[in-house]
Design a binder for this molecule. Structure first.
Ligand code: GCB
Length: 597
């Protein structure tokens, strides 16, 4: 994966935030873009759909005929528009099943100023993006759900500029995810695009959090980018009376520790503090919550006390309209539904979701599980696939490591038990721990010993490297009946916390019948009732995130009149109708919440 490194006069040596020498290159991401001076490039982009891959050697020029005899056999100016952010599948009927290249172009006016560096920042592009400015290549990025930026200072022109992106959502066996997955392969520039303007030396990244194991010591670091590496840095948290200065070293890295009396962030009290960091003429502002999370034996402790995670899994799928969710309003609806359910926790499956969701969860007091798309079977022995997964992990952590809401980094979902997969995910887990020692590492596992009505044992060898075990099980849907759950006992080979990260059943909203009739709300509800009774007998249970908050589009779910390319396991339909299981789960959570008081 080629990144913007070549264009950055970067001071990365020594940057690694405690990463070991063998760790892959650090993220080049600019932190906290949400609060930076930006010029939005959202809106209408011209697009050329290029199924036969004709554009490679020419579309990036964004050429126009020089005179009336000149031959140019494409034109962005005459091509139709597409909204950014947005997937192409739901913007044009003919593209619903499209997988391949689409070329995007955005013209913008720019006024260049001395001593300002400019980066173009993409919230996400699915899956591969190749970015050009004024006919010159800025770089490439792979991975459909992580942000990336390229410096473009020297390529910007005074006045009109042409930004061209080749977006390609073709699936590949060596990619992450691989070929087969149970969600829609929405292509396009699916999150916000902006130009970020920063001084010549600026704060590229920072960590501000409670020191591991402490509730009154703030510990953090700042990483500068630019020639003025050694600088005075100020951190202030005005409401807590904090105003600290320290110095960065010759690599632009500065560490700090100080005592502070802070109200702790929790789901019941999602307190955020205004935090400002300043160097020279660069100031970044953020809102940060302070909390601790740790594992003690088979419990998860939040701020030192055991917590039960009343969760739900969700995709980044737009409520009411079809397509990828991206906006603050989408986030408000989806996380609002999770709150209505009585949740204090959400599993953002199966890839990093947009920043609007994560920031809103910080404000609403919803704890989060955030995941990279290492899903089912991928090319475990391919070094490029590992490098790709590592980059996605790094950028997920780089974007969200100051968000109190995020407590779990998930390395994978339902991956097959085999040695090469263990080596691959062990490496990811190691890196996640090295990059961020203050959060917990998990994976959703589905390997258990035992069948029929025999006891089940969680025995996946991956359990060794995780802090928390996720367990996906579909008893009563992919095998057996919902009532079988009453007879199943569970064991675990690990004295570690367990989250039941999936169980569920498909139901068409409004379809009613007997509790043993597939696709009815009654079947799904009955399954939820038996599952909720059973999972309380799972040793070391610390929470659950049933599958799934809302019905979502999937290529694997074909049954006409029932699925019509939708996975119907939502407790809410994609039109917002609450199914019976919603209320069963809600009652369970409200009772658990009362018990916890
Ligand atoms: C799973 C997967 C999830 C699927 C779900 C299902 O185990 O993790 O991505 O959508 O099952 O509906 O079968």
């Amino acid at each position: 994966m080629k990144r913007s490194l070549l264009l950055l006069p970067v001071l990365f040596a020594g940057w690694a935030f405690a990463a070991p020498a063998s760790a892959p290159a650090p993220s080049t991401l600019i932190a906290n873009v949400a609060n930076r001076a930006t010029v939005s490039l959202d809106g209408a982009w011209r697009v050329i759909v290029d199924p036969f891959d004709n554009g490679k050697d020419r579309f990036f020029h964004d050429a126009k005929p020089k005179d009336k005899s000149d031959l140019v056999e494409y034109s962005f100016d005459a091509s139709p528009v597409m909204n950014v952010p947005g997937d192409w599948n739901t913007q044009r009927d003919a593209l619903m099943f499209y997988e391949g290249p689409v070329w995007y172009r955005r013209m913008f006016n720019y006024h260049k100023r001395d001593a300002i560096r400019t980066f173009v920042y993409f919230g996400a592009v699915n899956y591969k993006a190749t970015v050009y400015l004024n006919g010159e290549k800025l770089g490439e990025h792979e991975g459909g759900f992580t942000p990336f930026n390229f410096e473009c200072t020297s390529l910007l022109r005074e006045g009109e500029n042409s930004l061209v992106v080749e977006v390609n959502n073709a699936r590949h066996a060596d990619a992450v995810p691989g070929i087969k997955y149970d969600w829609w392969n929405y292509g396009g520039i699916t999150r916000d695009v902006s130009l970020i303007e920063v001084p010549e030396t600026f704060i590229q990244d920072y960590w501000v959090q409670l020191a591991k194991g402490s509730q009154d010591e703030v510990s953090g670091s700042v990483q500068l980018n630019g020639a003025q590496a050694a600088q005075k840095i100020t951190v202030s948290i005005p409401e807590a009376g904090v105003h600290q200065t320290f110095n960065s070293d010759a690599n632009g890295r500065g560490d700090f520790h100080f005592h502070a009396r802070l109200e702790l962030w929790s789901p019941e009290h999602p307190k955020l503090y205004d935090v400002d960091l300043t160097i020279g003429n660069d100031t970044v502002h953020d809102q940060i919550g302070f909390r601790t999370v740790e594992v003690q034996g088979s419990k998860i402790l939040l701020n030192g006390k055991p917590i039960f995670l009343r969760g739900i899994s969700m995709h980044e799928e737009a409520p009411f309209r079809e397509g990828r969710a991206f906006s603050p309003e989408d986030a408000q609806t989806l996380l609002g539904w999770a709150k209505d359910l009585g949740c204090n926790f959400v599993r953002l499956a199966h890839y990093p979701h947009n920043e609007n969701e994560v920031r809103l969860a910080d404000r609403m007091g919803l704890l989060l599980w955030s995941e990279i798309p290492v899903y089912w079977d991928i090319d475990w022995t391919n070094p490029a696939t590992l490098a790709n997964a590592e980059a996605q992990l790094r950028d997920m952590i780089a974007r969200d490591h100051n968000r109190a809401a995020v407590i779990l980094w998930s390395m994978s979902n339902e991956t097959p038990v085999k040695p090469e997969r263990l080596t691959f995910i062990r490496q990811l887990a190691q890196e996640a721990h090295d990059m961020d020692s203050t959060r917990l590492v998990t994976s959703a596992l589905n390997h258990v010993e035992g069948s029929g009505t025999d006891p089940r044992t969680l025995s996946d060898p991956l359990g060794d490297v995780l802090d928390v075990l996720g367990l996906n099980e579909y008893l009563g849907w992919y095998g057996g009946t919902p009532q079988d759950a009453d007879k199943i006992e569970w064991k675990s080979n690990y004295n570690k916390p367990v989250i039941v990260s999936e169980f569920g059943a498909g139901a068409v909203a409004g379809r009613h019948g007997d509790k043993d009739e597939r696709w009815t709300e009654e079947y799904q509800d009955n399954l939820f009732q038996h599952q909720l009774a059973m999972i309380q007998r799972i040793p070391n249970l610390v929470g659950l995130t049933p599958w799934v908050l809302m019905d979502f589009r999937s290529p694997l779910r074909i049954l006409p009149g029932v699925q019509d390319y939708h996975n119907r396991k939502g407790v809410i339909s994609n039109r917002g109708q609450r199914k019976l299981a919603f209320y069963t789960l809600q009652k369970f959570y409200l009772d658990r919440a009362k018990d916890a008081k």
